[in-house]
Design a protein around this ligand. Structure first.
Ligand SMILES: *Cc1c(COP(=O)(O)O)cnc(C)c1O
Length: 357
């Protein structure tokens, strides 16, 4: 048998949220709701759907590897230069590209735990050392991260808001932190839930790029835009950083359908606004129900809420699944992550969780 690189043996495949069809089959259920993967329960923009239909006429042709039109549209929308943008098959693909470009064997990369598990796998893949600082009150511990910086530190990954906790760091906290990070350490600000979090104390990170050349902002069309299945996310950074990442990017990594849908989705901010508004209402309802049931939760700035259900999340996960509700347990803890579905889906969820806690 051919042997792999050593590190591959210690990697675990990503365990995604269970697909609806699996649960239907396993438990013989017809009605199953999935509130496990932070998908948009309201679907996506009708304009995006129309654009997808149009893209169906050219499946034989390779996509535009430069994503020219999408880049133009996004650069206008974000008011950044085109050479500051790079697209990936989801922001997830960009995480891997970042590690590929910057992590030498033995380099240290810092993030918090619990956070998005893909940071760790991207770093391990490059034989880097992943340094995990525990979150404090379920929030990114920026002081702890600063203390963990050594002369081997290469990257710091910050999910803001954080997944799976939903908490955020404020504009002021982020700025103080960035000022203290050495300029040869890359700071990745993963803003997958930007659209849900913006306003209030949430940072506007793009203006920082004028002053700092060691920041990468990651955003995605998967969450608020509701295009998760198409796989399209993007990085905003200094042109030199973008140029480096572009060297490892696959030539046709974002499909034509994804590019066209993303352009259309960008034009339909009304859809995003209505999603954010509905999400807020459901989040308030969710908090209220949690308080009634004595379930504690972390303050969320996203489309999901992390709850402490007082017994192993893995058990609650199985019990809910039997009732046709898919949520996500968080490791070997009493915590679960529940995506904010429609009001109707949440009513169903609470009707069942009520019997379990
Ligand atoms: C969902 C998510 C992503 C990845 O989304 P893509 O679908 O790959 O664009 C990245 N970071 C965090 C924190 C997420 O929750």
């Amino acid at each position: 048998m051919v042997s792999s690189r050593k590190i591959i043996n210690s990697l675990q495949p990503y365990v995604p949220g269970k697909p609806i069809e699996d649960v239907q089959r396993e438990y013989g259920l017809t009605e199953v709701i999935k509130i496990a993967s932070n998908e948009n329960p309201y679907g996506c923009s009708e304009l995006a759907k129309k654009a997808m239909m149009e893209a169906m006429s050219t499946p034989a042709l390779y996509p535009d590897g430069n994503a020219t039109l999408l880049k133009e549209a996004l650069s206008t929308y974000l008011k950044v230069n085109k050479d500051q943008l790079l697209f990936g098959a989801g922001s997830d693909e960009i995480l891997t590209m970042i590690a590929t470009v910057f992590v030498n064997p033995g380099d240290e990369v810092i993030s918090c735990t619990p956070s998005f598990p893909r940071y760790k796998s991207a770093v391990q893949l490059m034989d880097g050392k992943f340094v995990e600082v525990p979150t404090m009150d379920y929030t990114f511990d920026l002081e702890g991260i600063l203390k963990a910086i050594t002369d081997k530190t290469k990257i710091i990954f910050i999910a803001n808001p954080n997944n799976p906790t939903g908490t955020m760091i404020t504009k002021q906290q982020q700025l103080e932190f960035i000022k203290k990070v050495p300029s040869d350490v890359l700071i990745v600000l993963d803003e997958a839930y930007y659209e849900f979090a913006k306003d209030g104390d949430y940072p506007e990170s793009i203006p920082l790029l004028k002053e700092y050349d060691n920041i990468i902002i990651l955003r995605t069309f998967s969450k608020a835009y509701g295009l998760a299945s198409l796989r399209v996310g993007y990085a905003i950074s200094h042109p030199t950083i973008i140029d480096l990442i572009n060297r490892v990017r696959g030539p046709f990594n974002v499909t034509t359908m994804a590019q066209k849908a993303a352009i259309a989705a960008l034009k339909d901010q009304e859809f995003v606004n209505s999603t954010v508004k509905a999400n807020k209402k459901v989040r308030e309802y969710t908090y209220k129900k949690c308080e009634e049931l004595g379930i504690s939760y972390a303050d969320s700035h996203t489309n999901f809420v992390m709850m402490d259900v007082g017994k192993p999340g893995a058990e609650i996960f199985v019990e809910l699944q039997k009732k046709g509700i898919i949520i996500r347990p968080i490791g070997p803890t009493n915590l679960i992550r529940v995506t904010l579905g429609t009001m109707e889906q949440m009513e169903k969820f609470f009707a069942e969780i009520e019997k379990l806690v």
